[in-house]
Design a protein around this ligand. Structure first.
Ligand code: G1P
Ligand code: ZN
Length: 547
């Protein structure tokens, strides 16, 4: 049997962050670096032995090599069956779905999401568990501990797999099934949305521009939007996945997809303009003449979800509950109140939604970082959000602008912005957080520009399903329903430390609903500057990225 055991030395930096282990490609290229982490997963998650494992990635540089290694190690660790996306390609939501479809014990997703790719870019691994969700913190903690003491790893050393040929292959005792990357995902979307109605909307002249940003969603968008829904040719741009994402930064937001904002503001703008990120879990939504912030998109979809086939009221459908991550604006809370359903506030990171989804308490959830999804899968799902918007446009016959105006008139508007301070020296970032943490108790009751601080604390979360507690999840300064300032350290950066400052302001008077966002938030930004002292303590002149 060509299963062999290799001796190895542990690395000490394999602690997964908000979304798995994410490092520079050069770090992953160190001897045994990838193998060590994979073996730590196989050692800790013993349920994988004798079971099915899903493997795929976002197609970035090093994807195919890493996938061959992962397959060989799966075969060396007694996995019965490995399901792999053709060419090693699986978007994150498609992988999560495949885990569910194949009743797999888990999945290995090779992605660093929207982070730039290529030899000088980033690489990453996410481990998802049975059911399709990201490994919870308790599990990633154990994997990290195992990675620090690892002394050997196992692999099948008897040939490789043809990743491009769909069908079954054998590696030792392990069956390798290469599957079409899109099929199951497309079936799933078809079961949720009214494809006939959307097709008719395109026939009537409805137009979309979807930007796949040379990343993983190209083949998915091509199949679903163009082939299945009949969107005009040319509706999907940058549709070919490239190993370096075309040298771009496939993070669909107002900075890295500014060309889409320009398109939305142009005279010939299509009805819907959208994009997804490197691994297909994020989404950006614009209409003719306006950008819909992720928090608004979540709230507006929540308000219309029961019109969509997969979410109609009935014994199986209907909206059970809504959720957002703590820094996400509270627009969805207002809708939850109107719908009389539960609304949960979770820490940043999709994994915190999964227990609630599994317990059937949640139908729709989202994050300010351009993530939206529903109970149909256990990851955020970029194309799902685009299809949901298409279905809402087709069902209501309204434009994005009309839908937004009606929403704000009824529920009020949450103006929202995020300021990122990237690549800070770790010590400087910690100083900012520590000094604000110290100041929090003294802030309560103080008044700034007509707003009074009602609450100032560090967010911690007790999971309503399993009682697990996550502490240190961001500092928040709350001015009742009127406004919030939030500060947290990013858990996905690969260089230095990134601080995120989130500003939210609520207005519901008819004459205050159409301000430019930057004007609406200018006073709050000044208040935040005085209280958080980000520029003063870091020596920066302002944020590196504003989204
Ligand atoms: C960021 C986002 C967070 C998202 C994560 C993975 O994490 O803020 O909402 O879940 O990427 O896509 P952060 O870098 O803030 O820890
Ligand atoms: Zn992503």
């Amino acid at each position: 049997m060509p299963v062999c055991e290799q001796l190895t030395q542990p690395y000490t930096d394999q602690k997964p962050g908000t979304a798995g282990l994410r490092k520079k490609v050069a770090v992953f290229l160190q001897p045994h670096y990838l193998e060590n982490f994979l073996q730590a997963i196989f050692d800790v998650e013993t349920s994988l032995k004798g079971s099915t494992l899903v493997i795929g990635g976002d197609g970035r540089y090093h994807n195919r090599v890493a996938i061959q290694t992962a397959i060989a190690m799966a075969a060396g660790n007694g996995i019965s069956k490995v399901v792999v996306g053709q060419g090693g390609i699986l978007s994150t939501p498609a992988a999560s779905n495949l885990i569910r479809v194949h009743d797999a014990a888990g999945g290995l997703l090779f992605t660093a999401s929207h982070n730039p790719a290529g030899p000088d870019g980033d690489f990453g691994i996410k481990f998802n568990i049975a059911g399709g969700g990201q490994a919870p913190e308790a599990l990633t903690g154990k994997i990290y501990e195992a990675s620090r003491t690892i002394s050997r790893y196992r692999l099948f050393d008897g040939g490789s797999v043809d990743l491009d040929r769909c069908g079954n292959q054998q590696l030792g005792d392990t069956l390798i099934e290469i599957v079409d990357s899109v099929d199951d995902y497309a079936h799933l979307q078809q079961s949720l949305f009214d494809f006939d109605l959307i097709r008719a909307w395109f026939k009537r002249g409805g137009r979309i521009c979807f930007d796949a940003m040379h990343a993983v969603t190209g083949p998915y968008a091509q199949r679903i939007l163009i082939e299945q829904l009949g969107a005009p040719a040319g509706s999907v741009i940058n549709a070919t996945p490239l190993e370096d994402f075309g040298g771009g930064h496939p993070d669909p937001n107002l900075i890295y997809a500014k060309h889409l904002l320009d398109l939305a503001m142009s005279a010939d703008a299509p009805d819907l303009i959208a994009a997804s990120d490197g691994d297909g879990d994020r989404n950006m939504i614009l209409g003719r003449g306006l950008f819909i912030s992720p928090g608004d998109s979540l709230a507006m979809l929540a308000a219309h979800l029961d019109k969509l086939p997969g979410y109609k009221n009935g014994p199986k459908g209907g909206i059970r509950g809504l959720a957002r991550s703590m820094p996400t604006c509270r627009a969805v809370d207002v809708v939850a109140k109107a719908l009389e359903v539960e609304c949960f506030e979770t820490p940043t990171g999709w994994k915190f939604f999964c227990n609630l989804l599994d317990a059937g308490r949640l139908t729709l959830c989202g994050e300010e970082s351009f993530g939206t999804s529903s109970s149909h899968t256990r990851e955020k799902d970029g194309l799902w959000a685009v299809l949901a918007w298409l279905n809402v446009l087709a069902t209501t016959g309204k434009s994005v602008q009309q839908l937004a105006d009606a929403h704000w008139a009824r529920h009020g508007r949450h103006y929202y912005v995020r300021h990122d301070y990237d690549e800070l020296p770790v010590a400087a970032a910690n100083t900012v957080v520590d000094s604000l943490r110290k100041a929090l108790p003294s802030l309560i009751g103080s008044t700034h520009d007509d707003w009074t601080i009602s609450q100032a604390d560090e967010f911690s979360y007790t999971d309503p399903v399993d009682g697990s507690i996550a502490t240190g999840q961001g500092l928040r300064i709350v001015f009742g329903d009127a406004a919030r300032i939030i500060l947290r350290l990013s858990g996905t950066g690969t260089e230095g430390a990134t601080l995120r400052l989130y500003l939210e302001r609520y207005e519901n008077a008819a004459d205050k609903l159409a301000w430019p966002t930057s004007d609406a938030l200018a006073p709050l930004a000044q208040t935040a500057d005085r209280i958080v002292r980000l520029n003063e303590l870091t020596g920066r002149k302002g944020p590196s990225v504003i989204t």
